[in-house]
Design a protein around this ligand. Structure first.
Ligand code: WQD
Length: 333
């Protein structure tokens, strides 16, 4: 298959590019490099032997995007591109709606014009908003109690995709709802390396371990969880990337939605402990007040992906910590 990855130099896109190349697919990458580095292309080449064709394009530039599709002759698009800082989205809602929705609408327009009828969309567990239970399944209502514009853009894009599929029976879409991606490629050559100040737990742990940040603030230890800290479903980035390959191989008509998670919850303190054990270094941490919008406990029920895609996670939190540390050691060279 000839595949376009939007946002393909990013954390999830680059790891997915490697797994798709390994399967023999022709991968091209489009990215505006707002939150990633062009050197990732060289790392992909070092790992896979292939340097994907690259377009430095902002998807809000409809003319430039149209040119990519005009010459691409793609079989399928994986749409990773988007702003994704939860906190920043609260401060800059218009930027998030304009960028995430505008980019997607431009892309869907181009796909229609050039008859590219397969889409895999990078969504997020955030679309579930507030639920009465911690374990999330794909049939649950979405869009209610989402606490930030970033999450709402993911929800709105899911709804736009559903409407596009209704309007065009030839269009097939798979929506993948990620939980909490962590870890790095075992080569140590690529990993999570955001340009912006991270919000997420793991990139902050990484920066505390290298001394770039002084301390990890643990947002609340008074939740109704075994150790009082927040519980999430942390999925190794390589498992997540393989989930994308599996979903492409099992695409079918209509809109199909899958949770990509381990099905297990891990607390903040357990993540800290796992990193310290893997690195042999103590992390500087302090207990801080809860973060607005945080839920106590969230994890995937991944049985639908297992049944329909023949995919489930194989790597552990310890694997993710070891691969993260290996990546940090490579970055330090
Ligand atoms: C995880 C846990 C925090 C930072 C978000 C998005 C979601 C997805 C993943 C894009 C929570 C705690 C964190 C810190 C902490 N992103 N924490 N100190 O909030 O589960 O999900 O990122 O798709 O859409 O909503 O991830 O990594 O921010 O937090 O104690 O400095 O770590 O309270 O319990 P989250 P996170």
């Amino acid at each position: 298959m000839k595949i376009l990855l939007t946002g393909g130099t990013g954390y999830i896109g680059s790891h997915t590019a490697i797994e798709l190349i390994k399967e023999g697919h022709e991968v091209e990458i489009l990215d505006n490099l707002f939150n990633s580095k062009i050197t990732v292309l060289d790392r992909i080449q070092e790992i896979s032997g292939v340097k994907p064709k690259f377009y430095e394009v902002d998807m809000l530039d409809k003319e430039a995007l149209d040119k990519v599709f005009a010459e691409g002759n793609y079989d399928i698009v994986f749409h990773f591109a988007g702003l994704k800082a939860v906190g920043e989205s609260v401060e800059k809602p218009i930027r998030y709606y304009e960028n995430n929705l505008g980019s997607t609408i431009n892309m869907l327009d181009c796909m229609k014009k050039y008859s590219v009828n397969k889409l895999i969309f990078s969504s997020s567990a955030t679309v579930y908003g507030e639920q009465p239970v911690a374990e999330l399944t794909e049939d649950m209502q979405t869009g209610v109690g989402i606490t930030n514009p970033y999450g709402r853009t993911k929800y709105m894009i899911e709804e736009i995709i559903k409407d596009v599929v209704i309007s065009n029976p030839n269009f097939e879409a798979t929506i993948l709802r990620y939980f909490n991606p962590v870890g790095a490629h075992p080569s140590g050559l690529i990993g999570e390396d955001p340009n912006d100040i991270p919000n997420n737990l793991m990139p902050i742990i990484m920066k505390v371990s290298t001394g770039e940040l002084p301390c990890l603030s643990i947002y609340g230890n008074d939740y109704d969880t075994p150790d009082g800290t927040g519980i999430r479903d942390y999925i190794h980035i390589v498992d997540l990337a393989k989930g994308h390959v599996a979903s492409m191989q099992k695409m079918k008509p209509g809109v199909n939605i899958y949770n990509l998670g381990t099905g297990k919850g891990t607390s903040v303190l357990e993540m800290v402990e796992a990193f310290e054990k893997a690195s042999g270094k103590k992390l500087n941490t302090k207990i801080a007040p809860r973060r607005a919008g945080d839920l106590a406990e969230v994890y995937a029920n991944p049985t639908k992906a297992e049944k329909e895609l023949g995919w489930k996670t194989e790597l552990t939190i310890t694997d993710a910590m070891k691969d993260t540390i290996n990546y940090l050691n490579h970055l330090a060279k």
